[in-house]
Design a protein around this ligand. Structure first.
Ligand code: SF4
Length: 124
C-alpha cells in the first residue's frame, strides 16, 4: 500500500473522465463523494483539456493528481498528460470489476468500490 498522503485536500486534485457510460459516470460520482468527504478536490477536466488558463494555473498547485477513468480508452489520463501534468494516482473503473454499458445504472456499492480504490492509492 502507498504511504499515507499528507497533502492538504486542496492540494489533491481529482479528475474523473465523466464519460458517456455507466463507468464514466461512476468515475464522476466517486469523485463527487471523495470531494464531499474532504479527501481531495474534484476539478474541471474539460477546462484542463481546453487549456483554460485559470484551470491550468490552479492545477499547478496540486501535489497529487488523481485520475479516475471509466474504461481502458483512458480519456482523463490522456487529457491530463496532454496538458503537461503527471498522473500520480490512477484508478480505472472497469479494472474494479464493473462492466461498461450505456444504461447509466450503477449501485452505491460500485461507487464505494471506486472511492475505496482511490483512498487506497492515497494511502488511506
Ligand atoms: S475513459 Fe472510457 S468511459 Fe471515460 S470518457 Fe473515455 S471512453 Fe468514456
Amino acid at each position: 500500500m502507498a504511504e499515507k498522503c499528507t497533502c492538504d485536500p486542496a492540494e489533491i486534485m481529482i479528475f474523473p473522465c465523466a464519460g458517456g457510460s455507466n463507468v464514466g459516470q461512476l468515475a464522476n460520482q466517486a469523485a463527487v463523494k471523495l470531494d464531499q468527504e474532504g479527501v481531495g478536490k474534484l476539478f474541471c477536466l474539460a477546462g484542463l483539456g481546453g487549456h483554460v488558463q485559470s484551470i491550468v494555473e490552479s492545477t499547478k498547485v496540486a501535489k497529487r493528481i488523481v485520475v479516475i477513468d471509466g474504461c481502458p480508452i483512458a480519456c482523463a489520463k490522456a487529457t491530463v498528460e496532454h496538458a503537461g501534468f503527471p498522473v500520480t494516482d490512477y484508478v480505472m473503473v472497469t479494472k474494479l470489476g464493473v462492466k461498461k454499458h450505456h444504461d447509466f445504472v450503477w449501485t452505491d456499492e460500485e461507487i464505494e468500490r471506486v472511492v475505496k480504490a482511490v483512498k487506497e492509492s492515497l494511502g488511506y
